[in-house]
Design a protein around this ligand. Sequence first.
Ligand code: GLN
Length: 220
Amino acid sequence: RFRIGILAIQGAFLEHQVALKKAQSCFRPDISIEVMEIRHLRDIKPDLDGVIIPGGESTTVSMFLQRNGMIEPLRDWIQSKNHVTWGTCAGMILLSKITENQKIGGQSTLSIMDTDVSRNFFGRQMQSFEADISLLDEELKTTAGKNNFHGVFIRAPAIKETYTPEVKVLATLHRDDAENDIIVAAKQGNVFSTAFHPELTDDYTWHLYFLQLIETVKNS
Ligand code: GLN
């Protein structure tokens, strides 16, 4: 039995829940998944196996977390052993150690991954777009059964820099106008983040990857 919490302050809670259920049915139908919303401090339970921080508006989410004294407890939860965390879009921003805009709207982030992100990397012209991204991680490629993934980007961030070798790049986006391929997914320990929204497509690769990571961590 996997227990998964989704931060449900704002953003795509339901879509993640649906995608997790679908991913689970092609993963291990014998394992049951219990999905719960995290809205209060008391919802950050030590016996959760995984947490998803969905997209939304990172400023709003970080302000909410701060006002409710949830930043430290959530950071502690993420950093304790056997816990798996996945941040999408705004979640990527919240997990990063941002230097460029040290504070977002005067608020602090969870500052866990050794990555620098640009909050609205693609700017106004590219508010939302869809594009194929390249998967760089072998396990991910196996899970996907292919080397790419169709990414839905909505006012998306991107990782501008990784500070330590502990950060593994999981996926990149090639753009003709950019000198280097853009990092759109990365992993550090049991924490990973995606700049795009896999919960808005019906390809469950990333949800499957999340469940597999939980299983590996539980069995280790
Ligand atoms: N760029 C947004 C922010 O700053 C994130 C957008 C999203 O999560 N879709 O929070």
